[in-house]
Ligand binder design. Sequence first.
Ligand SMILES: *Cc1c(COP(=O)(O)O)cnc(C)c1O
Length: 365
Amino acid sequence: MIKIAQPQIGQEEIDAVSAVLRSGQLASGENVALFQREFSEYLNHGFCVAASSGTTALEIALRALGIKEGDKVITTAFSFIATANVIVHAGAIPIFADIDETTMNISSYSIEQILQEHDGVKAIVIVHLFGQSCDMDQIQKIVNKYQLLLIEDCAQAHGAEWEGRKLGTFGDASAFSFYPTKNMTTAEGGMVIFRDEKAAVYASQLIQHGIKARNQFEFIGYNYRLSEISAAIGLCQLKKLDRFNFARREHAALYDENLDHVYIIKPQEVAGARHVYNQYTLRIVNGMRDAFIAHMEKEGIGTSIYYPYTIPEQVCYRATDLLEKEYNRRLGVSNSIKHEVVSIPVHPGLTLFEIERIITTINRF
Ligand SMILES: *Cc1c(COP(=O)(O)O)cnc(C)c1O
């Protein structure tokens, strides 16, 4: 079976974890501190706070920027559900925008439409979906025009760029995930990066019960800390990230060149974006997706649908009173593309032989 995702763990990670276990310092030690510094150096930007997951990193991004009860926050309808959940966890109201058909990223046209209809929008949470940048020229224009806070969900976009600048450096805050399917992993884990040092200091309190000094708690916070074990893995993975992304891009280039099927639309790397292919996502048209997945499965090739549903149509959102009435009128592209998308293996662990087999299998469909 060729898997859709496969974490790349080497002897370095195993040795680093062993060293932490032997040291006796399993939490709040030098690995976490170093991982924060090195991540910030990698992006050449801002102030990092490590967190227990991408989701908690995103939540403290919102909270440390002051997003609170009753605020309106625009986000994409087409993402992993965590992107919207954190808005609700912060007490705010998510307003779902549609996507651009080519990139499947949040549509700036749809954002503007919402801003015309709604007063009191405080922030936008954008997602660089599958590893490709949103149109940051458009997004920044809107953010400046309407004086909004910008949060980047970079959970799938470690090392990706827009016009030569790394993603995660555009927002007031940006969050990364290190879940095993991402471009780098710490098992579970996340990182949030702030432009403003004061917000980062607040966030580092927030992840430790609002601690100010030993035994002094300034406000009610959480335990959202990353462990030393995870941070030690992260330090090794960060050193390999550019190599991982290079391999993902090479695999994607082979698909770009060689996949050829009348029912299949390939992903496009748009001008200005350096895609890091967390997913290589095809569109299978003419209602053929189920048949395609069955064909791949028969050949032992894993696929996965990101995403079969929009976020607002999930039961947990339909059951809330958070959805504004007009949202569904707005989501035409999301509601059609969700029936077509399917992702194929593109991870760095694939061999050339496997990629050739995937290409032949797809072209024979
Ligand atoms: C993975 C992911 C998250 C959540 O990260 P976790 O580490 O799983 O909590 C959030 N947003 C997007 C777009 C993701 O892909």
